[in-house]
Design a protein around this ligand. Structure first.
Ligand SMILES: Cc1cc2nc3c(=O)[nH]c(=O)nc-3n(C[C@H](O)[C@H](O)[C@H](O)COP(=O)(O)O)c2cc1C
Length: 197
């Protein structure tokens, strides 16, 4: 049964090239919880989109700047990021940190921070990650988690929770039922009680 709350918008940024991969599977579980709590969710597969690296032109820092100077698919995403009540960021661990697709997205959020500070301050964020090695330390997942913690603390956003686990082949993560339940609960919390840690 769907629990009625005000309809919040969740934007889900997927940073794996595998459409049915483990980090995406975790994000789907977060979506399930968020939708059960009355939210609507939109998924964006970052892989395959035209998202250039930040070129450090600092156009976004000029007075009265309205957007990032790079005209690519991030322009559409910026608007969605501003409008969403909460973000979910999902990434595999690649070389002991987040995937390149996810990092490109993060770097381009630099412009959002300079132009729309209010879009980030207080934004609720959930993180989902998967890795093949035994634990968050061996895999390097901690490096990415720490990056998210530092970056979102810096801009005043609120990380509501982070779910992560070990799995290799696409979908393997489903067998970790405790983690799947944790992800689903995080989705509900993202909507109903984002300020509780
Ligand atoms: C290019 C590449 C680099 C990887 N680097 C790591 C790593 O540093 N540590 C690790 O534990 N797993 C690493 N893996 C394994 C993935 O993190 C793992 O398979 C993960 O579950 C994939 O998530 P996905 O299904 O969401 O893409 C790597 C995989 C690839 C393809």
């Amino acid at each position: 049964m769907t629990e009625k709350t005000d309809s919040k918008k969740i934007l889900v940024l997927l940073g794996s090239p595998r459409k049915k991969g483990n980090s995406t599977t975790l994000a789907e579980e977060i979506i399930k919880g968020a939708e059960a709590a009355g939210a609507t969710a939109e998924k964006i597969y970052l892989h395959g989109l035209k998202i250039a690296p930040c070129q450090a032109c600092y156009a976004c820092r000029k007075p009265n700047s309205r957007s990032c100077a790079i005209d690519d698919d991030m322009q559409v995403i910026y608007q969605k990021l501003i409008e969403a009540d909460a973000w979910v960021i999902a990434s595999p661990v690649y070389w002991f940190t987040m995937s390149a697709q996810t990092k490109l997205f993060m770097d381009r959020c630099f412009a959002l921070f300079n132009i729309h500070k209010e879009a980030l301050a207080g934004k609720s964020i959930a993180v989902a990650m998967s890795y093949a090695d035994a634990d968050p330390f061996m895999s390097g997942c901690v490096n990415a988690l720490r990056t998210f913690q530092d970056a979102f603390a810096y801009v005043g956003a609120n990380i509501v929770g982070m779910v992560y686990g070990s799995a290799d082949k696409p979908g393997d993560i489903k067998s970790n039922q405790a983690l799947m339940a944790e992800a689903e609960a995080l989705g509900r919390r993202l909507v109903r009680n984002p300020n509780a840690s």
